[in-house]
Every structure is written in C-alpha cells, then in structure tokens.
Design a protein around this ligand. Structure first.
Ligand code: ADP
Length: 455
C-alpha cells in the first residue's frame, strides 16, 4: 500500500473508530433515558388505574375499567398473594403466557422482551374491596422508545456517513499534497540514478512549508555534488594530463638507458639528468596537487596566529634572490607590521606570487608594504607579460592557465593562485589583481592586522 493510501485510510479509519465509540455512547445514554421515561409513564398509568379501582367495589366494574384502560398489545391484571392472577385483561394472549406472575407489595418497574418487542412492566400494590393487598400489574409495549431509538439509529448512521465521505476525500487531497513533492523527489533521484546526470526538482513556491524546504535542501545538495563531481573530473583530467608528459619523458629516457646506457657514458649522464629533473617536476606538481586538496579541507579551521611581515618577507626575498638570481625592490613600511596568519602559510602565499612574477617577467620585482585601516596591504608588481582582461576573472580557479603551452614551458600547473586565494580567504583577507598586457601585473594582498605575539 502506498503512502498516500495509507494516510487516507489511516485518517478515515481513525475517524470511523472515534465516531463508532461516540455513537455507541450517545445511543446507550439516550436509550437508557428514554426507557426510564417510558417506565415512569407506565407507573403513572398504574397509579391512575389503582385510584379508579379503589373506588370500584365489584369485579365486574374492575373488569370493565381494565378493558377500557388496556392498550392494544398490553396487559392489566391483579395478582393475588399466592402469585396467581386474580383478574386479567388483554388482547395479547401470547404475551400473557410469557409474562411471569409476580406478587409484590412494593412499587417496581422493569422492561422485558417478548417476540423481539420491548415491553414496560409496572407493578404497584393496591387494597382490594375485601381488604386484601393485591399487585396491580400494568404492561405496555414501549412504542415511543422503540420508534425514537430507530430514528436515532438512522440519524447516527446518516451523520457518520455524512462525516466520513468528506473526510475520506479531504484525507485523499491532503495526502496528495504531502506525497506529490516526495514523489517528485523520488522520481528525480531515480532519474539521476538511471542517467548518471545531476538534476534538480522544480519547486512551485519560493518559500514554503517543510516539504518545499526539503526540495530546496535537495537542490542545494545536488548543486554541491555536481560542483564536487566537476572539480573531481577536472582534477583527474588535469592531473593525469600534467603527469603524462614527465612520465613519457622518463619512460623514453629509461628505454634509451636500457639500449645504450652501458656502452655510451654521455647517454647515461644525459638520461640520468633528464630523469632526475622530470622526477623533481613531478614531485613538485604532486606536492602542489596535494596542497590544493588539503587546502580545501582545512579552510574552515584556523587558530590564532601572528606573523611579522618584515621577517617572513625578507626571508622569502633572500631565498628567491639566491635561487633565481633576480632583483627585488621593497618600499614602504617594513618594521612592526603584524598580520593574523600562520607564518608558513604566509610564506607559501609569497612564494606563489613571487614565483609567478619571476616566471612571467624578466625585470625587477617591486614590493610595497603599508597599513590601511585594519589591514596590512602588500603589493607585488612585475613588469612582465601581463594578463589579458578576459582571463583575469578565471586565474584564481584551480588548474586555470592563461596560455597552456606557455605555462607548461614555464613549469606552471594552474594551481598556485587558487591555493594562495584559499589561504588568504581562510584568514578573512583578500587578494586582488591589476594588469596591463605587455606592461605590468600587480597582485595586492589585504591581510588582517595581527594583535598577538609573533609565533
Ligand atoms: P601557474 O602555475 O600556471 O602559474 P597560477 O594559478 O599561479 O598557475 O596562475 C594562473 C595563471 O595566471 C597563469 O597560468 C598565468 O597565465 C597567470 N599569471 C599569474 N601570475 C602572473 C603574472 N605575474 N604575470 C602574468 N601572468 C600571470
């Protein structure tokens, strides 16, 4: 049974159960009251007859009165002390046969069933003309009670049906409201499973109930999954593309070594050198890839760090001068500039920006440092090839390279700037770029001022 049917039947069934309980309650309460009223009426009738009898002296006169007072289907009789009827009048002989002859000097009333019909029996004591005490029994069919109860049964059945039918349809409509979005969700999930593509649910309302929120959450989740899937695809294709070239070079040199390595020492030297340099490239690329993945996962968590710009920047400049034989010009405030960054990550950001400046320019690299409100602002400017405006919005994306052939020549992998941006944003800083193709490129770092003690 599907959810919609379950909801409909459950709500209707529950209401039916409640109605049955309430109806039974109403029915029996009403039946009791109406029976009591009928029995009361029987007793009154018996009293009226008793009053009239006491004034009558003879049996004939009493019989005459009984015949006048007895109702169709009823019985009026006098029962003697020995339990035998003394005088009786009826048009219903079968009832008379079934009626137990009870002598009592107390007033009493009860109901009895004869041939599926209910009768009210009233007994009262009376003093007969000879001074003996007899029981006057007055029996009458409970017509009004029976009719009222039948009417009540019909009314209750009609009312139950009249309540149940709209409830059933309302339940059906309500369950459809609840189930339709779930069905859509299931259908979309099923189609995603079958086609292997990411699909979203079409939502009617912009803001709404919990079910619409489920739809929104599902759509956000799909967006995230799609984005992650795309990133993964791009990562796999770019990483395998980048690694294929050095592996091919290593393989070809290994082959050369196998054939000529032992005989020709110059081939040996050249091959070892090439394999060594290619393996270095692969190592650095792998490290960069790993860094960029790690970067994604620890972006949210960071402790309280403080670094000195003077210390970190001067160490970076010294190392890079030595390695690349390039000149750096540093102007602006140098001393006392603190930032809220881990020094190792600050160094990583500087290396990425300086290595790009070194790769994409030949002249001096200019660095300026200053304070601006609650930030330390560091600009790194090179007089190099620059970046076309069309490319600027994308250079911070993972694996994005302005010119793939040129980047590969210069050893680029398109990961550096995305790592740098991730690190800067982790510490609530910003990284901006300004460039004029063929003239210059300026990368500006805005880093929050550090307050603590240098780590
Ligand atoms: P790569 O490893 O390819 O340099 P990055 O993410 O560091 O990757 O840089 C992305 C792209 O931005 C580079 O391919 C390059 O074309 C461009 N770029 C970055 N820095 C500079 C710069 N200083 N001058 C010119 N182009 C740059």
């Amino acid at each position: 049974m599907n959810l919609s049917r379950k909801l409909t039947w459950f709500s209707t069934g529950l209401l039916l159960l409640l109605l049955i309980v309430v109806n039974i309650g109403i029915y029996f309460m009403f039946s009791y009251n109406s029976q009591q009223a009928e029995l009361e009426r029987g007793l009154n009738q018996a009293h009226i007859i008793s009053k009239q009898i006491s004034e009558q002296a003879t049996v004939e006169e009493a019989t005459q009165l009984f015949e006048l007072s007895v109702v169709h289907d009823g019985v009026i009789r006098l029962i003697a002390e020995d339990g035998l009827p003394y005088l009786q009048t009826t048009l219903n002989l079968s009832l008379l046969r079934d009626l137990p002859s009870i002598y009592t000097i107390n007033e009493q009333s009860e109901s009895m069933i004869h041939k599926n019909e209910r009768y009210g029996v009233a007994r009262i004591p009376i003093i007969w003309a000879d001074g003996s005490v007899l029981t006057l029994e007055y029996v009458e069919r409970m017509n009004i009670h029976e009719q009222t109860m039948q009417m009540l049964r019909i009314v209750l059945i009609i009312a139950t049906v009249a309540i149940l039918i709209p409830t059933y349809f309302a339940g059906k409509a309500l369950s459809r409201i609840i189930v339709t979005p779930i069905k859509n969700l299931t259908k979309t999930m099923e189609s995603i499973r079958k086609s292997g593509t990411f699909k979203k649910i079409t939502l009617q309302k912009e803001q709404g109930d919990e079910l619409v929120q489920v739809g929104h959450t599902f759509n956000h989740m799909i967006e995230l999954l799609e984005q992650n899937f795309k990133n993964q695809q791009r990562f796999i294709s770019d990483a395998s593309h980048e690694l294929r070239t050095p592996l091919t070079v290593i393989e070809s040199y290994a082959k050369l070594l196998k054939r000529w390595g032992k005989a020709k020492p110059e081939v040996l030297d050249e091959s070892i050198e090439a394999i060594y340099s290619e393996s270095l490239r692969m190592k650095s690329l792998t490290n960069q890839l790993l860094d960029s993945i790690k970067n994604q996962s620890y972006l949210d968590s960071h402790g309280e760090f403080t670094s000195s710009i003077e210390e970190v920047l001067s160490e970076c400049i010294k190392n890079l001068k030595q390695a690349y034989q390039r000149e750096f010009k540093w102007s602006g405030i140098k001393e006392g500039l603190l930032v809220q960054l881990n020094p190792l990550e600050l160094k990583q950001i500087f290396y990425i920006l300086f290595e790009n400046a070194i790769k994409y320019s030949d002249g001096n690299i200019e660095v300026t440092t200053k304070r601006e409100d609650q930030y330390v602002v560091i600009s790194i400017k090179d007089q190099g090839i620059g970046i076309e405006p069309d490319h600027i919005p994308f250079i911070f994306e993972r694996f994005y390279r302005v010119d793939e052939a040129r980047s590969r020549d210069t050893g680029g992998s398109g990961l550096g700037l995305s790592i740098a941006k991730g690190l800067v944003e982790k510490y609530k800083g910003d990284i901006l770029v300004k460039s004029e193709p063929g003239k210059f490129t300026i990368f500006t770092l805005k880093l929050p001022i550090g307050k603590g003690v240098i780590q």
